[in-house]
Design a binder for this molecule. Structure first.
Ligand code: 4FV
Length: 226
């Protein structure tokens, strides 16, 4: 999986994507991450990437030219994605879809946002990680990269399994427990110590459904009526 990222702050990607699972995926070639500096696609001596908004108002807007030039210089053919609060919400379903591509290109906004012609004439999708305003699209891009990389073949080792986790069946996950069986007087549910795998499976499904009903009833709206 090849992922390209266009950003004004390439250094932000050093660190979060250099540890644990994502780092291992980059080392074993399952994931090829290329971070591009937007300023490298400017040609004036001030390396200008933003300008004042037409129609007035506070803040600055990222100019279209460097972004169009950067994307047009890419090698990949996968979807071009702009991270923005105006985008479709990132869900495990969308993560699964993106993990099916051989490559994709992420654009990180900054300041008040990017010129509207980027969304209208350059990108395939706009994606939001949630209804709140961040200082930039870099953290959303890292969230998306982390979520997608887990589903890329050869990324998760045996100790991690994307098999029956939350949202795979659009339900919240069942409770997890590990040793000790009693901690500060709090006992692990007997059924999990029973070794009866069918009963454990039944208990886990019931817990996942109950927890979803209580905490995220909205998720049940999307469930296919059985
Ligand atoms: C965001 C989000 C987000 C908006 C203005 C960057 C900021 C600044 N991106 N999901 N929520 N972006 O807040 O994706 O340009």
């Amino acid at each position: 999986m090849k992922i390209d990222v266009l950003t004004l702050f390439p250094a932000m990607f050093a660190g979060p994507l250099d540890e644990s699972i994502v780092q291992r995926a980059r080392e074993n070639g399952a994931l090829d991450l290329a971070v591009h500096n937007l300023r490298d696609y400017t040609h004036d001596r001030h390396r200008q990437v933003d300008d004042i908004p037409y129609g007035g108002g506070a803040g600055m807007v990222l100019k279209p030219e460097p972004i169009f030039e950067a994307v047009r210089a890419r090698a990949g053919t996968g979807p071009v994605i702009l991270l923005s609060p105006q985008g479709e919400r990132l869900t495990q379903g969308l993560v699964r879809e993106l993990a099916g591509h051989r490559d994709f290109y992420l654009i990180c906004g900054r300041y008040e946002g990017v010129d509207e012609r980027v969304g209208a004439h350059l990108v395939d999708r706009e994606v939001s990680i949630g209804d709140y305003i961040l200082t930039g699209g870099e953290l959303p891009a890292m969230v998306l990269i982390d979520a997608v990389s887990r589903l890329v073949a050869g990324v998760l080792g045996s100790e991690e399994s994307p098999k029956d986790e939350s949202f795979a069946v659009e339900l919240l996950e069942y409770p997890h427990y590990t040793r000790p069986a009693v901690f500060e007087g709090h006992q692990v549910p007997e059924v999990l110590l029973s070794g009866h795998h069918a009963e454990i499976e039944r208990w886990r499904r019931a817990q996942a459904a109950e927890r979803t009903r209580r905490r995220r009833p909205d998720l049940l709206d999307h469930q296919p009526k059985s």
